[in-house]
Design a protein. Structure first.
Length: 276
């Protein structure tokens, strides 16, 4: 499954550690850390350049060393992602009902229409038909905030209610979300990181080496962070009995508990070395 690329690993590195090192990291430290994961210097610098263009990073020197500082945009975006990544959407209660978003955006605003669709998907909405999206009722406030931010209030309706009849809800869920892909993603994460996590822990009786902790932690986190984004947190009744979301969540929590501190210790060591 590995989604580990220079772009994703760079964002994961910054999200996991830059905010804990004063929102700044030396460029040589970023390069050195990503080299431990097989990313060459050229790819890392290209990734940094792209984040600069996106408004996520600004160059800044500290003690004569070149580095980059996270912008407010980057910190806001990372904090927003944290809400889902670290607090994975728990299964909704069926009795709480549904949030339905309908919209009709004119062709001259097709860019906004496309953005609305992609943002609804990121919020966990499923597409049940042309211009009709659905999610657990708890997403209503987020949907209202989204359409307000896109200035599409007059083109959109946000409704909350219960399923009174018609199509079987389990079938509706399968047709509105790619549950098979979400299921497969969780299973692949478990298959890859259950062994990858346990092997170094068994081989270091006195605790894992900081470098090994960093490598395993960042790879696992990079693979994990896309999974909660895809999972809408549907009611249990609509999921297969062996839904792998729970064991996958327990695994990433165990990885964080066991490896986060050793990983951060290694980052601090590298950053301090490159600041000399």
């Amino acid at each position: 499954m590995s989604s580990n690329t220079s772009r994703t690993l760079l964002v994961t590195l910054l999200g996991a550690f830059a905010r804990r090192t004063g929102d700044w990291m030396p460029i040589k430290g970023i390069v050195a850390l990503l080299e431990e994961l097989g990313i060459d210097e050229s790819s890392t610098r290209t990734g940094v350049s792209r984040l600069k263009k996106r408004g996520w990073l600004v160059p800044e020197k500290q003690d004569g060393k070149s580095g980059y500082r996270l912008t407010e945009l980057a910190k806001t975006s990372l904090a927003s992602g944290d809400e889902v990544i670290w607090h994975a959407r728990q299964p909704a209660r069926l009795e709480d009902g549904w949030c339905i978003a309908t919209f009709s955006v004119p062709e001259e605003q097709r860019a906004k229409r496309h953005l609305l669709r992609s943002r609804l998907a990121l919020l966990g909405f499923g597409n049940v038909g042309q211009g009709v999206w659905i999610a657990p009722a708890r997403m209503a406030a987020d949907a209202l905030e989204l359409i307000d931010g896109l200035d599409l209030t007059n083109n959109t309706n946000i409704l909350v209610g219960r399923h009174a009849g018609g199509q079987d809800l389990t079938r509706m869920a399968r047709e509105s979300w790619d549950l098979e892909a979400i299921d497969a993603g969780y299973r692949e994460f478990i298959a890859r990181h259950q062994t990858g996590f346990q092997t170094p822990m068994r081989s270091h009786q006195d605790g894992i080496e900081p470098r090994d902790g960093f490598v395993h932690y960042l790879r696992a986190l990079d693979d994990w962070r896309v999974l909660p984004m895809r999972d809408p947190g549907l009611p249990r009744e609509l999921l297969r009995s062996d839904w792998p979301g729970d064991p996958a969540t327990r695994l990433i929590e165990e990885i964080v508990t066991q490896l986060e501190q050793s990983a951060f210790s290694y980052v601090q060591e590298v950053v301090a070395l490159e600041k000399r």
